[in-house]
Design a protein around this ligand. Structure first.
Ligand SMILES: CC(C)(COP(=O)(O)OP(=O)(O)OC[C@H]1O[C@@H](n2cnc3c(N)ncnc32)[C@H](O)[C@@H]1OP(=O)(O)O)[C@@H](O)C(=O)NCCC(=O)NCCS
Length: 185
């Protein structure tokens, strides 16, 4: 478990799947997130959750407020310890909680975990070109725009450009108040 000023990031638990089912079937959210890695049927979500328990390449953490409200997920995927890199993904699934700084707070905490605990060298993210809020949020957290992957994603009957960003370990600036990591979870 990682604790920040306003959030707890917990390893996902089985009882969290109900919210994931809602988010996976939220059209606006899946359109913004593009490659939302959540399956849409409950049975498939259960299989996805079971796979997470033994998959060394993916870590999904539930983003919860200190009062327990579950508002989103943040994850490392394609985690490659040999090359020391991973892809970062995030959703604030609950629309009312977007735009309050929770996304950047969770991303900074995950960067801290990735660079200082896992000793990664590079984190990458991919953002649909139309998703200005996600771009701003990642840049606010120090990610550098590498370029645009032309027509790299297909949804709603058309191809979309995707922005690629990354953050390297020597570009990462540790937070003044560092997140605390506990073995509780
Ligand atoms: C993208 C997402 C994770 C960001 O989290 P968040 O908590 O909403 O973001 P934050 O509040 O930390 O930061 C958002 C920033 O974007 C700015 N912003 C909001 N809407 C914007 C817009 N339309 N254009 C440009 N900037 C915008 C905000 O002002 C804020 O910057 P500021 O703190 O300098 O004012 C969240 O909105 C989300 O889950 N969206 C839907 C799914 C998604 O897009 N996931 C990302 C896939 S890569």
């Amino acid at each position: 478990m990682i604790k920040t000023e306003r959030l707890h990031l917990w390893a996902l638990e089985r009882h969290d799947l109900g919210k994931n089912y809602q988010w996976a079937n939220d059209m606006e959210l899946t359109r913004l997130a593009g490659s939302l890695p959540l399956p849409k049927a409950m049975g498939e979500l259960e299989a996805w959750y079971n796979n997470l328990q033994t998959n060394p390449e993916q870590r999904v953490l539930a983003i919860k407020l200190h009062d327990g409200a579950y508002i989103g997920n943040i994850e490392l995927r394609d985690l490659d310890l040999r090359c020391a890199n991973a892809e970062l993904g995030i959703i604030i699934g609950e629309a009312n909680y977007r735009g309050h700084g929770y996304g950047s707070e969770a991303v900074r905490a995950m960067c801290d975990f990735a660079f200082r605990q896992l000793r990664l060298h590079r984190l990458s993210v991919h953002v649909l070109e139309e998703n200005e809020r996600a771009l701003k949020m990642f840049q606010k957290c120090g990610f550098i725009l590498e370029g645009v992957q032309r027509q790299a994603f297909f949804q709603e009957g058309r191809y979309w450009n995707v922005r690629a960003l990354s953050l390297l370990e020597d570009e990462y600036r540790p937070l003044p108040t560092q997140p605390t990591l506990s073995e509780e979870d």
